[in-house]
Design a protein around this ligand. Structure first.
Ligand code: SF4
Length: 208
C-alpha cells in the first residue's frame, strides 16, 4: 500500500503528520535520504504507483488523531503534484482550520509549472521551507544536482516571491555532507536579503 500520510513520532497522537505525494523530483541531492534508505520510521516511502486520488490521502489522514501541523514532504518534491497538494490543503483548512500547513520544497515549482503558483496557495499554506543549499550556483549544483536549468536562480526567486506574497518562509541548508559546502554564513546573508528566515541542519545519515 502507498504510504501517503505518515508520522515520525512514536506517539499515538503525533503533533505533525507528513504527506508523501510523489517520488518525482527535479533535484538529485547528494544527501537525499532516498539514496540511503527506502523507509522512514519503518514506512515504505517508495510509492507503488502515483495514481493518487485526494480521497486516498484523506482516508489515511483519518487514521490519525488531528495533528497540530501537516507537512508536505516525503520522498519527492511535493509541489510537482501541485493540484493534489492544493486540494488536500483546502480539505484541511475547510475541515480543521487550526492545522498549520508547511510545505518542504526545492523551490522549483514556478519553473516546473511555468507560472507563479504561489498566489493560488494563499490561505491554504502557512509556511514554506525552501532548500537554498548554496551560497552560489556552483555550490548549489554540487549539492542539489538539479535537473532543470537555472535552478539556483529559480530557488532564490521562489523564496522572494513567497515572502512577497506574505507566506512565512525559511531558507534551509544541509551542512556537513561536503566539507565547507555550502557556505553557511553567506547562505544566512542571502536568506536575509531575500526576506526569509534561515535554518541550517547538520546532515544525519538516518535523516531523523
Ligand atoms: S529536493 Fe528533496 S526529495 Fe529532491 S533530491 Fe533533494 S532532498 Fe531528495
Amino acid at each position: 500500500m502507498n504510504t501517503l500520510v505518515y508520522s515520525i513520532d512514536k506517539s499515538e497522537n503525533p503533533e505533525t503528520l507528513y504527506v508523501n505525494l510523489t517520488n518525482a523530483c527535479t533535484n538529485n541531492c547528494v544527501f537525499c535520504l532516498r539514496t540511503q534508505k527506502d523507509d522512514i520510521c519503518g514506512k515504505e516511502m517508495w510509492l507503488e504507483h502515483e495514481n493518487i486520488a485526494l480521497e486516498d490521502i484523506i482516508e489515511q489522514f483519518k487514521q490519525f488523531s488531528t495533528p497540530k501541523t501537516v507537512c508536505f514532504c516525503g520522498y519527492g518534491e511535493p509541489m510537482i503534484r501541485f493540484e493534489l497538494l492544493k486540494a488536500f490543503a483546502k480539505y484541511l483548512k475547510d475541515n480543521n482550520p487550526n492545522i498549520f500547513i508547511r510545505v518542504n520544497t526545492n523551490g522549483h515549482a514556478n519553473a516546473i509549472h511555468k507560472r507563479n503558483v504561489l498566489p493560488e496557495l494563499k490561505g491554504l499554506v502557512d509556511e514554506f521551507s525552501v532548500s537554498l543549499n548554496g551560497a552560489d550556483e556552483e555550490e548549489y549544483n554540487s549539492l542539489s544536482k538539479p535537473r532543470i536549468s537555472n535552478a539556483y536562480d529559480e530557488v532564490k526567486n521562489f523564496i522572494k516571491e513567497a515572502v512577497n506574497e506574505g507566506f512565512s518562509v525559511t531558507a534551509t541548508i544541509v551542512t556537513g555532507f561536503i566539507n565547507g559546502i555550502p557556505n553557511k554564513e553567506k547562505c544566512k546573508e542571502i536568506a536575509a536579503e531575500l526576506g526569509a528566515k534561515f535554518r541550517a541542519r547538520e546532515f544525519i545519515p538516518n535523516g531523523y
